[in-house]
Design a protein. Sequence first.
Length: 365
Amino acid sequence: MRYIGQLLGYVILIFNAVVAALLLFVAYSPDIDPQAHPVLSCAGLFFPFFWVANLAFLVFWLVVYRRYALFPLLVLLICWGSIRTYFPVNWSGGDVPEDAIKVLSYNTRAFGDMKAHTKETPNEVLTYLQKSDADIICLQEYVWGGKLKKKDIDYALRDYPYRHHYSLADGWNGLGCYSRYPILSAKPIPYKSASNGSIAYYIKVKDDTLVVVNNHLESNRILDEDVKTYQTMVDTPNRENVSFGLRTLLKKLAEASKVRAKQTDVVKETLRGLDENASVIVCGDFNDTPISYTHHTLSENLQDAFVEAGNGLGISYNRHRFYFRIDHILCSKNMNVHRCEVDNTIEASDHYPVWCYLSLKKDND
C-alpha cells in the first residue's frame, strides 16, 4: 500500500511538472512575435487556467507532502511578474492630489448603438461621460448616425472646449478626444487596417505637453457563429466541441494577432521617436489581454495604470462570456498613478470604461 501511495505521488508530481511547464510557457509567451508564430502567440489567453491549476497543486502539496510544495511555489515566484500584471493587488488607494488629472478611455460601441440623446431619453454613454468628471476622454468606436447626431454628442460634452474626431473606414469607425486642456495637434499613426487606427494628441497640460496616444487596434472579428461555437464549447465541453471550438477560435484569433502585431510595432516606433523625458499616455482598446505581445510591447518603458493602482482581473470586455481585460491605460514613468478602475457600473457598450488619476512626479517622489 505504501508503494502504491508513492507511485501515485510521483504520477501527480509529473502532472504538476507538466502544468508548471505550460504555465511558464504562457507566462512568457508575450515574447513570441505573432508575425512569426501567430498561433503560439495566443498562448497568453490560457494563462489564468494554468495559474489556477498551479495554485491548486500548491495547496494540494501543502496538505499532502509539504516538501513538494516548494516546486509549484518556485514556479509561481518565477511567473510573479505575469501574475501581478494579470491580477494586481494594491492595498492602499491613497489620496488623489489636487494637481492630478483624470484620464478616461472608453470603447463606446457607437455610443450604445447610436441611441438618441434627448431630455426624455438621455443616451446612457453620454450621460456617463458628462458625470465622469474626467479631464481627458479618449473614445473608440466614436460613431454616430440615425437618431444620434454629431451635434448632440458635442453639445452633451460642451464642458470640454477642446475636441478632436478622427474618422476611420469611411466613417464606419472613429476615434475621439474631449479635453479640458488645449489639444495642440493631432497626428494619426499610419498603419494598414480596414477599420482600426491610432492617433497621437499633443495636449498642453499646465506647463507640460502631454502626448496621448488613443488606440483601437485590430479587432478579432468574432462573428455570431463564432460566439455560438464558443458558447457550445463552454456549455458542453466534450472532446468534439472543445476540439472544434479551439481550432476555429484560435485560427481567427491568430489571424487578428498577426495583423495587430504589425500595428503594435508601428505605434511602438512612434513612441520611440518621442523625447525620452516626454510625458506619455497610451490608452484604448488594444483587443489583447495583459499577457500578450501587444501589451508587452507597448508597455515597454511605460507602466500599466491598472497594475499600479487597480485590483483584481479588471475585466473590460463584458459580452459572450469572453471575460478579459483588453482596454488599457499606460503611462510614462515620470507619472504617479493614484487610482485606476475598470468601471462596470455601465453596460451600454460591450466594453467597460477604464479611468485613472495621474500626476507628474516631483523631484522628491
